[in-house]
Design a protein around this ligand. Sequence first.
Ligand code: MN3
Length: 206
Amino acid sequence: MFEQVKLDYAYDALEPYIDALTVETHYAKHHATYTKNFNDAAEKAGLMDQSIEDILINWNKSDLGEVKTAIRNNGGGYYNHNLYFDHLGPNAGGEPTGLLAEKIIQTFSTFADFKEQISKASIGQFGSGWGWLATNASGELRIMASPNQDCPLLETEGVWRAIMAIDVWEHAYYLKYKNLRADHVKALFELIDWNKVAKNYERWAR
Ligand code: MN3
């Protein structure tokens, strides 16, 4: 079974930046549905003994028959939201420290420049999708954006991996922010747990 990441905060803990109903609907309905549909499709395709990362990396070249699209959409939805919900939290925000902070400054010049660029890429993703901070095996950083539930792992067959996720689907913000996607992205920075992002970075970068 592919399991949804457990939240270590309550649905209302992300107020006032994300309202409790949005967190609950997003996690317990949207993410739960992606997870269930992904498990069903993975079972049909005989993928239950593989990691979600390998499934997404190999998706392009895999013969998955009639569930191929379901694996892409629901596997992505499952994986992307695990990353997203895991690195949000109350008492977060601010700026990263340590190796990740050094790399951000080396790559984007200042944290403010990085924030501006990743916000712009996320807000500018046409329709539903995601903005990402991604890394490769050399530990380089890159800002990326993907439509729907795609992610760098799938799009680059594992060369780039997301370490930070910005959900710009309307379900992530519409109840509170309506059409104001930029306000949602700005608020999200108050909730990013940089220790988690740093752990993701150190896990993938070699
Ligand atoms: Mn979402």
